[in-house]
Design a protein around this ligand. Structure first.
Ligand SMILES: [Zn+2]
Length: 476
């Protein structure tokens, strides 16, 4: 007995204490290859690069979908889109051709036990500071948060300040903070005061916002990666829509768009730095698990289009994933493919929180502890084009098109995904097609077992409509 107790105490000595704080930052629309630590030549991300040096950087982290609602729901549930069912822009998908038909339909069902709910039930104070329409309460993301600041403030600066203010006010023993930022998402323009915030706030608050917004515009515009540009393209939705209508753009206009996108990254990176410094000043940093990731990437004519939501090419699904656990591995780079679906199981593993729901992801902790995990294909679902699915392994990507077309790319020899290995003969595609079908069937069965009710329809209020419009989504 004594020996057992002694061994147990030795074992507990070798493990660092579990974190008492969790911070998850989702930078909407951030493709991994535009961060310096992921090989980008511009200095877009000094803070995230330093964070990666203190933790683990996942070189191949894959989002399950090319747009916000399904991907963020996967982050929060550890389930693939066809299982959590927060997957539809509208009942038909018709809105892509007919903007008037846009009716956001599905929400993250209340029947799911989310990451926030699990942590709340384990005694963590939970707070979210979100910007953007989909991560909002209307779409089911308020579940499990004691405090859910749903598009209450105009930008990342205010989210960071409000989050630190919440910590100061609540002084929670254990906490979970979720930040969702949109400064990298189009339009690639500085923060402004939306009309619904102007409507919903008292004058003093608006004065404060206006003063700080002025400061933020200076900070934002002070980052200039393309100072020699003298063309007419700016990052506004009008400019983007005009370019999309035209269908092509000059090399120098494209360079400008990319520089504007990169500016949003560097600007957001600065504020994440302020958040982490805020944790340090409060003595919380060394007991907080920090995760930074994104829900999907962005296309700059890589495959003939702009923005996101339809395809599963690398610029769309390869997102950053940086995890820092105090007292655990530092400066680790993991090449093995992982998914956003793995984030929830990883957080629970690090915290030692139990979970009764079988998730589809798995804890990534072994990968920074020098242990291995079996290779696992990542599923891509819920494109805005109905009927498109993808399956990605460490080396290859298979895509099934809406009319049953098949494509297979060798990611090692053809990272730009130009050569369809099934163009002439579909033999190389067959095993991928079989696995994709098996995975889809598995998801179908899992959905039936979970008994998730039919996805509810979001009732959009005027503020949410306005936010969707501001982010460039057409609606009726
Ligand atoms: Zn998004």
């Amino acid at each position: 007995m004594l020996v057992v107790v002694l061994l147990a105490s030795l074992a507990s000595c070798s493990e660092p204490p579990r974190p008492t704080g969790v911070v998850v930052v989702l930078i909407d629309t951030l493709r991994a290859d535009h961060l310096s630590s992921y090989g980008y030549p511009r200095p877009t991300s000094p803070v995230l690069d330093a964070l990666a040096e203190e933790g683990t950087r996942f070189e191949n982290a894959i989002a399950p979908s090319p747009w916000t609602l399904p991907s963020t729901a996967t982050l929060m549930t550890g389930l693939y889109p066809s299982v959590h069912q927060a997957i539809w822009h509208s009942d038909t998908g018709e809105w892509l051709n007919t903007p008037e038909a846009f009716r956001p339909a599905s929400v993250l069902s209340n029947s799911h036990r989310t990451l926030a709910e699990l942590l709340q039930q384990s005694g963590f104070a939970t707070a979210a500071f979100v910007r953007g329409s989909y991560p909002s309460a209307v779409f089911g993301f308020g579940q499990g948060f004691d405090h859910f600041a749903d598009n209450e403030a105009p930008g990342v600066r205010f989210h960071v300040e409000d989050a630190l203010g919440w910590l100061d006010r609540e002084t929670p023993e254990r906490f979970f903070l979720y930040l969702h930022t949109v400064e990298v998402h189009s339009p690639y323009t500085p923060v402004e005061l939306p009309a619904y915030i102007a409507r919903n706030n008292p004058d003093e608050r608006l004065d404060y916002y206006r003063a700080e917004i002025e400061e933020e515009i200076v900070r934002y515009k002070g980052i200039d990666f393309n100072s020699g540009y003298d063309g007419a393209v700016d990052g506004s939705l009008e400019a983007l829509n005009a370019l999309k209508r035209k269908g092509r753009l000059s090399e120098s206009d494209l360079e400008q768009l990319i520089a504007l996108y990169d500016r949003g990254i560097a600007y957001t990176d600065y504020w994440i730095g302020e958040l982490l410094d805020g944790l340090r000043e409060r003595g919380l940093y060394e007991q907080t698990l920090v995760i930074v990731t994104s829900d999907h990437g962005e296309e700059f004519m890589d495959h003939g289009a702009l923005e996101h939501s339809r395809t599963f090419f690398e610029e769309m699904v390869r997102v950053p994933l940086i995890i820092r656990v105090p007292g655990e591995a530092a400066g680790v780079v993991v090449a093995q493919q992982v998914g956003l679906v793995d984030v929830l199981p990883t957080v629970l593993d690090v915290l030692g929180v139990a979970d009764e729901v079988p998730r589809q992801g798995r804890s990534l902790r072994p990968l920074w502890q020098g242990r291995s995990l079996d290779a696992h294909s990542e599923l891509g679902e819920a494109s805005a084009i109905p009927g498109v699915d993808a399956l990605r392994t460490n080396h290859r990507k298979f895509v099934r098109g809406p009319r049953g077309q098949q494509a297979l790319y060798d990611l090692d020899t053809d990272p730009g995904e130009r050569i369809n290995l099934c163009q002439v003969d579909d033999a190389p595609c067959r095993p991928f097609f079989t696995e994709l079908m098996a995975r889809k069937l598995e998801n179908q069965l899992r959905l039936e077992r979970l008994g998730t009710p039919d996805p509810a329809t979001a009732e959009l209020d005027d503020d949410t409509r306005e936010q969707l419009r501001a982010l460039g989504y057409a609606e009726d």
